[in-house]
Design a protein around this ligand. Structure first.
Ligand code: CA
Length: 461
């Protein structure tokens, strides 16, 4: 029939799908891991495939219940993910290479990664092949080898842990950038073996007291790092001070633990008899799913730097897909619709009927399966209604009906949407605000990645 009818037919089917999705999210799921399968990339990476195998209709105020049926949390959010216990993963050292991706100079052999060799201008990381759900707690246990040389002996730059909202193949700049600098939204913790006093576009100086605090020589130290702006800043606050550590020596492995409380957002690193704690709420911002990994870098000075995994307990973040609605100049003409689901589960986006606009094309596939990294679909429209005048009255009637219906579903379904299809300025403003996170994330990811290559060469110690 006519295109208009086809669009309406599609809308109806999509609404049904969305309604089911909506009911599914309102329904609390008691889920278990039914299997670990699936292969990514080169065939050596295991991704936990998680399915909800039983469901139970919850009451209007959903309650999270763990495997021992203890009441844990009252959820007031309108979007309730499948039981997080189904996404909880425990891995041991032998699983390192199966669950982490090697980037840059990093290589994994057995339970140990060599992040950098004792060679200049290297930067490498091993990132988990799924994002971490930052609303849940995690504990990483392992050992680090910082090398065999202090700065005064030609050693650099150290090992760190990075959290960033982009994809699982992102890597920051070498040298003083510590593999964190240059990655939008990144933050973490570092064991820094090279005190640097210089300021570069990608990073700022280390706390000056470490310049001479090892008997007149530069000291090594541990500190949290704020690189959320793309510029790495060593954190040395009253609440979370940087602390001096032993110099690298004899390629000795020392135990390190990174633990995180998903409720309080407190992150604690324990290393060599000291601990560092920080409330990372402000670093996290609105991000709930973060790529995570262990990294190392060298500059003109260098060390062999390694990480040995003992165990890691964490919760896999859900995948996310965002549908954008724009005109052919790229301007947003309808609020984004963001959906989340377990990795491997199917999603579908909706081609909306937008009053005053005619659908032109879809950029990206309208349906797919959730992956570890974020996905996007863009629906492009041209201004003007292609329908003839003769049936405009009935069209506008049915349009407004379907709009209000589907919107009320999507509004309660997706947290970011504002409440109507009225097309006012305030609507599109709020859309661009909520969009800016995911947009800048994916853009900055590729930018910072390519930048880091050229930067890493120019950033020597
Ligand atoms: Ca440094």
């Amino acid at each position: 029939m006519s295109r208009k009818n086809n669009i309406k037919k599609m809308l109806n089917s999509d609404k049904h799908e969305r309604y089911r999705s909506y009911k599914r999210k309102k329904t609390w799921m008691y889920a278990t891991i039914t299997g670990i399968a699936s292969v990514l990339g080169g065939g050596s990476i295991a991704v936990p495939m998680i399915k909800a195998d039983t469901t139970s209709t919850g009451d209007s105020q959903a309650k999270e219940i763990d495997s021992t049926s203890q009441l844990l949390v009252n959820q007031s959010s309108t979007t309730i993910p499948a039981s997080t216990s189904s996404r909880t993963v425990h891995i041991d050292g032998a699983d390192y290479g199966k669950y982490f991706v090697q980037n840059g100079t990093a290589t994994i052999a057995g339970d140990t990664s060599t992040l950098t060799q004792d060679i200049g201008n290297q930067v490498g990381n091993t990132l988990l092949n799924t994002k971490i759900d930052m609303d849940q707690s995690f504990t990483l246990q392992g050992l680090v080898n910082l090398g065999d040389k202090s700065k005064s002996q030609g050693g650099a730059d150290g090992i760190g842990f990075v959290f960033q909202p982009g994809d699982t193949n992102v890597i920051g700049t070498a040298g003083n950038g510590m593999g964190i600098a240059g990655v939008q939204g990144a933050f973490g913790f570092k064991l820094d073996t090279y005190y640097n006093s210089d300021t570069k576009p990608a990073y700022n100086p280390d706390p000056s007291r470490f310049a001479t605090s090892d008997n007149g020589k530069s000291a090594s130290f541990g500190a949290f790092v704020d690189g959320t702006s793309g510029v790495a800043n060593t954190i040395d606050s009253t609440d979370s001070p940087a602390k001096q550590i032993s110099q690298p020596s004899n390629n000795e492995f020392k135990t390190i633990t990174v633990s995180y409380d998903g409720n309080t957002k407190a992150m604690t690193v324990s290393y060599d008899g000291q601990s560092w704690t920080m409330d990372i709420s402000s670093l996290l911002g609105n991000n709930t799913a973060m790529s995570f990994g262990i990294l190392g870098s060298t500059g003109s000075f260098h060390n062999t730097q390694q990480f040995r995994l003992t165990s890691f307990d964490y919760t896999v973040a859900q995948g996310k897909v965002t549908a954008h609605y724009v005109d052919d100049t790229g301007k947003t003409i309808n609020p984004d619709v963001t959906q989340q689901g377990d990795i491997g589960d199917p999603w579908s986006t909706e081609q909306k009927d937008i009053p005053g606009y005619t659908f032109k094309e879809t950029q990206g596939t309208p349906t797919g399966n959730y992956t570890a990294n974020d996905q996007e679909v863009t629906y492009v429209y041209t201004f003007g209604d292609s329908a003839s005048d003769s049936d405009s009255q009935s069209d506008s009637l049915s349009d407004s009906t379907s709009d209000s219906t589907s919107d009320s579903v999507s509004d309660s379904n997706s947290l970011s949407d504002s409440d109507s299809d009225s097309m006012s300025d305030s609507t599109s403003d709020s859309v661009s605000d909520s969009n800016s996170l995911s947009d800048s994330d994916s853009d900055s990811t590729s930018d910072s990645t390519s930048d880091s290559v050229s930067d890493s060469n120019s950033l020597s110690d």
